[in-house]
Design a protein around this ligand. Structure first.
Ligand SMILES: [Zn+2]
Length: 104
């Protein structure tokens, strides 16, 4: 059960317009689900692809959750890129050391 944002009368959760005063209850049902929970950010951090998809799907109807997912995906991607570059540099150094060891 929800309450009218204008007159406070108890109305259905799915009511678009209050039957008593006629004021539109726009987006009240959706904003309840749009918690912007940090869990989505954590999920997106570990699975940036999922975060990107959630961001694109939720952009319109759940802007808060979409933002948290997008930021999580962005940070997750950044960390992944940094780790990849670090691994690459490590491999190059290792390879150079191996080559010079063989050459000597
Ligand atoms: Zn009302």
């Amino acid at each position: 059960m929800a309450y009218c944002r204008n007159c406070g009368a108890p109305i259905s959760d799915k009511a678009v317009i209050c039957p008593r005063c006629g004021v539109a209850q726009s987006g009240s049902g959706e904003s309840l689900n749009d918690s912007g929970s940090l869990g989505w950010g954590v999920l997106s951090f570990f699975l940036p692809i999922v975060g990107l998809i959630l961001f694109l799907v939720w952009r319109q109807e759940k802007p808060k959750s979409a933002r948290v997912s997008g930021i999580g995906a962005l940070i997750g991607t950044g960390v992944n890129v940094l780790l990849s570059i670090g691994t690459l540099i490590f491999n190059v150094v290792l390879m150079a050391a191996a080559v010079s060891a063989v050459a000597v």
